[in-house]
Design a protein around this ligand. Structure first.
Ligand code: SF4
Length: 354
């Protein structure tokens, strides 16, 4: 059963796998790492252009480690999950300071880098150095749970242990790189989450889920995702040609990105109620302002949160006292990294209201 599974996957990879990606077959651990970090929580089609931009701007890990933080964040803009970018920069600096700029070549040393977990470490160790470490990502969980009919929830400690052990047992000697690539690609293009191509699947004759009609029930997850709704109201305060912004530093989404003055509520508010709120008065105090416009609400879906944003355009005649905020000339706003929702707003015609 195990032999059939691994050999069939390797054959499929050699003869039928046409999935192309710019980093495929890559042996440079820096490039593999970049692609893996970019692809966490990002679709391949979207990640592809970012990967190419990063390679072009920072061809080596030394280049990345020496880059100004703001420039790296700007390049990352639009990918979301900015903690990834922050950790990536920290890891690049670790490689330069602790490993003399050479990417570490053991599983444990790779995993000790900031932002690298067991999956990424196994991917780099196997793809770059052909070390015997099995990767376990969503695709692998799915293929294994279906073929072997395992219904242990994949998001539990017991599930992770069971699948890790099985994945490791299946790893063919000396072929870690091609086998890991095979199973991940197979999960992405054949054993897909919805409508897997079972009829033409080379594993189907021994696939337990297919034989028993259980494909749509596997893999099993124990938890349901709880999505939190948040309502962001941005006060875009303009004095002469300047707009007031600040860097987000709280332990929250979009850390290190910039934003306008933010009022957050737990339910939708209309602009009049917002202006009467204590939070609004605490910020604007006795600053005299005109409301020049209100944007349409924008929605951004994150994995665990839905962010509804609206922008209120405020102009003031006298230089306002806004502690913590910096006045930035309008035409220089694109020098700063913003969350997608603000970038979309800035690209939008509503800025012409200024
Ligand atoms: S037969 Fe279907 S469920 Fe089984 S491995 Fe192939 S694609 Fe996946």
């Amino acid at each position: 059963m195990n032999k059939f599974f691994t050999e069939t996957l390797l054959d499929w990879n050699n003869n039928e796998n046409t999935r192309s990606m710019p980093w495929k077959g890559e042996k440079d651990p820096y490039r593999i790492w970049l692609s893996e970090i970019i692809l966490q929580q990002t679709r391949v089609e979207q990640g592809w252009t970012y990967y190419e931009k990063f390679i072009l701007n920072y061809p080596t890990v030394q280049d990345l480690a020496a880059a100004p933080e703001e420039a790296v964040f700007r390049l990352w803009q639009g990918l979301g999950y900015y903690a990834r970018c922050k950790n990536m920069l920290a890891a690049a600096k670790q490689i330069v300071s602790m490993h003399h700029g050479h990417f570490p070549n053991t599983y444990d040393a790779i995993q000790s880098l900031k932002g690298i977990g067991p999956y990424t470490s196994a991917a780099i160790a196997s793809f770059a150095f052909n070390l015997p470490h099995a990767v376990l990502d969503g695709n692998v969980f799915r293929v294994l749970s279906r073929f072997f009919d395992i219904d242990t929830p994949i998001d539990t400690t017991a599930g992770k242990k069971q699948f890790t052990q099985l994945a490791q047992e299946l790893l063919p000697h000396g072929q870690s790189a091609s086998y890991n690539q095979s199973i991940m690609d197979f999960g992405a293009v054949v054993c897909k989450p919805q409508q897997p191509a079972c009829k033409s699947c080379p594993l189907s004759k021994k696939c337990k889920a297919y034989q028993q009609g259980l494909t749509s029930l596997l893999p099993v997850k124990s938890k349901k995702l709880v999505i939190r709704k948040r309502y962001f109201y941005y006060l875009v305060v303009q004095h002469q040609d300047n707009i007031y912004i600040r860097k987000r530093t709280e332990n929250d989404i979009w850390q290190n990105l910039h934003e306008f003055i933010l009022l957050e509520t737990t339910a939708p508010e209309d602009p009049a109620t917002l202006q009467a709120s204590t939070a609004f008065k605490d910020i604007m105090k006795d600053i005299r302002y005109n409301i020049d416009g209100t944007s349409a609400p924008l929605k951004q879906q994150l994995t665990h949160q839905t962010i509804y944003s609206q922008f209120l355009l405020l102009s003031v005649n006298e230089k306002p006292e806004l502690p913590g905020y910096t006045a930035v000339p309008k035409e220089q706003l694109d020098h700063y990294a913003f969350p997608k929702t603000i970038t979309d707003f800035l690209k939008n015609r509503e800025l012409t209201l200024f």
